[in-house]
Ligand binder design. Sequence first.
Ligand SMILES: *Cc1c(COP(=O)(O)O)cnc(C)c1O
Length: 351
Amino acid sequence: MSRFWSSAVHDLDPYVAGEQPKIPGLIKLNTNENPYGPSPRVIEAIQAAAGDRLRLYPDPSSTALRQRLAARFSLTTDQVFVGNGSDEVLAFVFAGLLKHDRPLLYPDITYSFYKTYARLFGVTVDEIPLDDTLRIRIADYERPCGAIILANPNAPTGVALPLDDIEALVSSHPEQVVVIDEAYVDFGAESAATLVPRYDNLLVVQTFSKSRSLAGMRVGFALGQRPLIVALERMKDSFNSYPLDTLAQAAATAAIEDEAWFCETRDKIVANREMLTKALLDHGFEVLPSAANFVFARHPGRAGGDLAKDLRERAVLVRHFAKPRISDYLRITVGTDAECHQLLAAIDQII
Ligand SMILES: *Cc1c(COP(=O)(O)O)cnc(C)c1O
């Protein structure tokens, strides 16, 4: 606290990111980063862009990248918005599209940045409890509201809703914006991007941080019809005209172009997730069915906080949320084969 702070700063409830400790030999399975590096073509593109051209401002509207994304999703370039990570895209979404007289709906257990942004931008919210099996029940969203945001797959549970459920939700709320945050969709859920041409109230948000292995470059995007995208463009141009630097634009464009690398690394992660799920079940864990690059699991005999601590002592970092309903769960990022085996060896010792 300081007398120099504006009142807005006192009222903030900042997001707490997973730790990024610099401990040698640490198995880092706490922030859902991709265990495989980006495509070699991405590295080449960054190197090629790292030259004299850096004295110039980047393309403020990231046109080449938006064209590639539009082609990939069979949309038009002006239906694509890009930002400095999907967290920034979500900030513009909260400020520009989700603040209304009636409350914003989202699950009680979901990406915790939603609460942070609601607080920052003064959005009234109604948190809808997940059911007893930690699933989203879309019938619970049939109530008066100003807008809805869901992560699909949800975080930190990893559970995905089928596309039919998403479409039912979008079509039953024609007067409200429905935002689907698809940060993990590539690992096993069906994207709602195909619905964008048919629903003017749908906005789909994705990121290059997870399935494209570019968390360090900070690139996210939104797909939607013009009125929604224009709102985001107006927010962006009132805040920062150049959210994506030259290197980030080059990297993300090259990442979209290397579909083979994307498929290969994604398939390895999905295979490791299935292997890890089975091994955890064999060790007596309950594991939610994951469509993401992490699993959400608890052991009936052990408190989540203790397990996380025991793993940390064995140089394995996982994410634990000291929150009601999920305090016994661990969120474990799917790593390489070697990382999964080290995790399982540590669990063998603990349990
Ligand atoms: C990781 C994540 C994001 C943010 O991704 P960035 O593009 O790195 O900002 C957004 N939503 C969910 C649900 C996430 O897990």
